[in-house]
Write a new protein. Structure first.
Length: 309
């Protein structure tokens, strides 16, 4: 019978073969163990935990109020090991009486592990979001067309930033995991106010003095950031939000804005950049690959948690 360390070693080796951009380690959070037997009788395991997003928290804009997460440890046994583990997790959730409303199940797994995809689909999961990465590229042409101007936003731009951020949230809520809750305007305003007063850059694209696009960005050290578990060590550029006004979509403004952002990341010495986008989003799923991003981790989700089959 393999030990947990055996499963971890095999899983790390398999991840390294799947995708060289995956981090060298696979970290498990504190939580409750889930055990199952893969076809053939070999044991697989996982860690389950529950995250409660309190009312008024920004996390509730892109997650359910109660999130059940599973961190699989299946060694070299997809899809059978994943299937058995998900079935065991389903049984556990039934015993725990998971809430029937405003809840979700989430499994974050390497995007290139297509052998595990079948098991996730069979249990009702859909790929609602992914963490995508971009390697540094040669300097791009940042010359803007027409009257478009890109500049750093400041506190005086709060209203424009909030308006564009809410427009992105409204669209994302139609096609992805985001949720347009009643307190969204207040939460977005509070977050934007703090961001505009921090060192993290917010970039505005303007045409004839009118803001038509925003990019909220930052630089993170993966050794000091929660997302660091999903990325290789180093300093990374982060795109928190890109929103282009509806009337300006298709004009190239988003591409030009991101060219400025990527140039700034390169000047800051970032080893790469990352962001989260929704594969079902018909705009994001086309735009971000064209900017050089590709999925690294996929967040498989189903709502409510009681829908796990």
């Amino acid at each position: 019978m393999p030990t947990a360390q055996d499963l971890m070693d095999r899983q790390r080796a398999r991840f390294a073969e799947l995708d060289p951009q995956l981090p060298p380690d696979y970290r498990l959070p504190a939580g409750d163990p889930v055990l199952a037997d893969a076809p053939g009788g070999e044991a697989v395991a996982g860690v389950a935990r529950v995250v409660e997003n309190r009312p008024g928290s920004a996390q509730r804009l892109w997650q359910a109020a109660t999130v059940h997460e599973l961190y699989p440890l299946i060694g070299a046994h997809p899809p059978g090991g994943m299937d058995a583990l998900l079935a065991a997790w389903r049984d556990r959730l039934g015993e725990e009486a998971a809430p029937p409303a405003d809840s979700s199940c989430v499994v974050t797994w390497p995007s290139r592990d297509v052998r595990a995809t079948r098991a996730l689909l069979d249990h009702g999961f859909v790929p609602l979001s992914c963490l995508a990465v971009r390697s540094p590229a040669p300097a791009e042409d940042t010359e803007l067309s027409g009257t478009v101007k890109v500049r750093r936003a400041g506190p005086a731009d709060l209203d424009a930033v909030v308006e564009l951020a809410l427009a992105e949230l409204d669209y994302a809520a139609l096609v992805g995991a985001s949720v347009r809750r009643p307190d969204a305007p207040e939460l977005k305003r509070t977050t934007a106010r703090l961001r505009l007063r921090s060192a993290d850059p917010v970039w505005l694209a303007e045409r004839a003095g009118t803001p038509i696009a925003v990019a909220e960005c930052g630089l993170i050290d993966t050794t000091r950031h929660p997302t660091g578990d999903r990325l290789r060590p180093g300093s990374w550029g982060y795109v928190n939000c890109l929103s282009v006004h509806e009337r300006a979509r298709g004009s190239g403004v988003g591409r030009q804005l991101m060219a400025v952002v990527h140039a700034e990341f390169a000047r800051a010495g970032a080893v790469g950049s990352f962001l989260f986008y929704n594969p079902p989003n018909p705009l994001s799923s086309v735009f971000w690959p064209r900017q050089g991003y590709r999925p690294l981790w996929t967040m498989w989700e189903l709502r409510p948690a009681t829908a796990l089959r």
